[in-house]
Ligand binder design. Structure first.
Ligand SMILES: [Zn+2]
Length: 309
């Protein structure tokens, strides 16, 4: 089963396996997206004019994801491909280069974000790929989705524009809710400690210092040496909680909690955060908006702030 488009928030059925999407007669654009965060946006704008195949499912780490044979078939049989770029899907770069032809648009949403908004991965020259963690930036990317769909199906331009605008309104409201939630955390306790560095854009937008334990990559084993330094920070700033991430192993978080306990400091583990993938269906974090609401709520409340829905 390859058709995993979420779009639950938007109430659109984007997956229709009985028809042959993209084939003459169906009238639907056969569309592929890598992550759920991307599929959700594309479905919200494309609605029933597209048939969505999402390649990387809930809880799966895109940094390490290697395309399987079916993914290659889906991509090479599609009309449009949307991916994040900035090497988030590092092992798929070759496939996307191959798939980009005169007849098939292959679009990296990160290309829609002005370069001056990009951040570097700590200690490297590489650009941080986690752009969706700043809702105002993800909202900018909706314009290029709208444009690409409008070029592909010019008869439906006004529909795509309307949906794009209504989506941006919802994202703007979400962004404001996030700003309010994080600003309710006492200022000296605004430190977000989590498994990997997925939250840099989040931290910059919503005003919280971010410490990733194992760096940008989810594969790194280098985190253990940071534990003593992080414990000093936690105790000095009275940080109440640290967080696991759904698509990353949580061993280092446990090491922090144990380390804190041995120094007589009780550190909580907050609810799991969703960074690089949506939550499973029915979890409430199974759409982009749901995922970010979950993160705003859990981070702000565990650190001593409030969340108002
Ligand atoms: Zn990541």
């Amino acid at each position: 089963m390859l058709c995993l488009g979420s779009a639950l928030t938007f109430g659109i059925a984007g997956c229709d396996s009985n028809k042959m999407p993209g084939q003459p007669g169906s009238g639907k654009l056969k569309t592929v997206a890598t992550t759920g965060m991307i599929a959700d946006l594309v479905l919200a704008i494309g609605g029933d004019h597209i048939a969505m195949t999402q390649l990387i499912g809930a809880g799966v780490d895109p940094h390490l994801y290697k395309p399987i044979r079916d993914d290659i078939v889906q991509v090479l049989g599609s009309d449009l491909v949307f991916y994040n770029g900035l090497l988030l899907e590092g092992r798929m770069a070759e496939l996307f280069a191959r798939a980009s032809t005169a007849d098939r648009r292959v679009l990296a949403l990160s290309d829609a974000i002005p370069a001056e908004k990009h951040m570097s991965e700590p200690g490297t020259d590489a650009t941080d790929p986690h752009i969706w963690m700043d809702v105002s930036m993800w909202s900018i990317a909706t314009h290029s989705i709208e444009q690409v769909l409008s070029t592909a199906l010019p008869d439906h331009v006004s529909e795509f524009q309307e949906r794009g605008e209504s989506l941006r309104k919802r994202l703007d409201a979400l962004d404001r809710q996030g700003l309010a939630a994080l600003s309710s955390v006492p200022i000296h306790q605004r430190v977000l400690i989590t498994s990997h560095d997925a939250f840099q854009y989040f931290g910059r937008r919503y005003g919280i210092e971010v410490q990733g334990i194992q760096g940008m990559s989810t594969a790194s084993e280098a985190g253990l040496q940071r534990i003593p330094e992080l414990l000093d920070l936690i105790i000095a700033r009275s940080v109440k909680a640290v967080f696991r991430e759904s698509s990353v192993a949580g061993k280092l978080i446990e090491a922090l909690v144990e380390g804190a306990a041995s120094r007589g400091y009780q550190l909580k583990v907050g609810e799991e955060l969703f960074s690089d993938a949506l939550g499973p269906r029915g979890s409430g974090a199974d759409s982009y908006i749901g995922m970010m609401e979950h993160n705003f709520r859990e981070i702000s409340t565990a650190l001593g702030g409030e969340w108002q829905n």
